[in-house]
Design a protein around this ligand. Sequence first.
Ligand SMILES: [Zn+2]
Ligand SMILES: [Zn+2]
Length: 297
Amino acid sequence: MQRRQFLTSSLLSAGALSLANQKSLAWALQPGYKFKPLRNNVGIFAEQGGTIAWLVNKEGIAVVDAEFPAPAEHLIAELKKQSDKPIQWLINTHHHGDHTSGNISFKGIAQHVASHANSLANQKSTAAKQNNDDKQLYPDTTFTTEWKVKLGDERIHAYYWGAGHTNGDSMIHFENANIVHTGDLVFNRRYPFVDRTTGASVQSWVNVLQKAQKQFNKDTLFVFGHAFDPEKVTGSMADLAAMQNYMERLIDFVKSSIKAGKSKDEILAATSIPGVTEWQGDGIKRSLTAAYEEFTM
Ligand SMILES: [Zn+2]
Ligand SMILES: [Zn+2]
């Protein structure tokens, strides 16, 4: 509380508040972070960026995704309170900065970093473009279709089913706990980012979500990269079906609009997608643009 008050008063005394400052003020006023056990020693951490999943057991610690450096340090401090065992694995669901910028906080702490091979390639090419290669910690272990590792009494199983939100997204299953981190393959009830610069495909995304629903079961608990309601970063198979429905309605709408001779501007001006009622946020244009490009280029 003291720290928060300090942040508030120092921001206020900084004088005129620009929009950017108002945003950081709002951020400073938010109550810290969420560190929440789910079941079988697996839980989530959420502060800023894509949701993190963690496992702590007698043999060690595994972490899926890393948000940004400051949140990653908060997570590491929480994990150290739980166990003095090493962090054996940091696994990235995909390369985006809100999932991998915090990797660097695990330097010298995590024994290994794993991701899909495309995620590593995307992380490297993005760092080269943004000139922040020195702020990256890259995976030393990569896989292409699937990958398994045992940690104490838990088995961690990564699945890759093709392009979706990027061309390098995998889902990470803690098999005994039956908890899956979907990464950004699920934006729960929130308009998704579709990153065509690193090989995203709305068409293939549907297929990936179908495969996930076949692989996992009604007892599986899912952790989502993002959700409109911060309380809904976890959910069930029904939420994967809802995400698939969103992608299918998006595809139908954009394809039929193109067929009807609508211009790109007309299509991008849509403020809703027929059949989509639950999706919210300010990013509908990102979906429409990606689908339009995919079906016209
Ligand atoms: Zn994300
Ligand atoms: Zn992402």
